[in-house]
Unconditional design. Sequence first.
Length: 127
Amino acid sequence: MPLQPIHTDTAPKAVGAYSQAMQCGDMLYTSGQIGLNPATGEMVGDDVVTQAKQVVENLSAVIEAAGGSLDKIVKVTIFLEDMADFAEVNQIYAAWLGEHKPARSTVAVSALPLAAKVEMDCVVVLD
């Protein structure tokens, strides 16, 4: 099955040796997104709420670029620098997906790229 890298200018450029997402058949695997502004490549703010809102915008842009939709997200992984931020990020996440409830893991990490407070990736079924 051929692999197809996904790229869009409406999400931040990769800050390393990876693609924004990779499509394999009818599956899309996104790379982790942090709170970078796609236009400037800079972090949108120092707080987890501002960053989390940008993260879901970035993920949405990558999913849309691949022809996917939020209601076809199968799995999300959330990485938090501080588990004390869970409730605030969960609120943003819930607003982003509405009634859709994909499988999800949330893990605390000691650090994230570019001093981000939150990172998310997901797996999406494409039609």
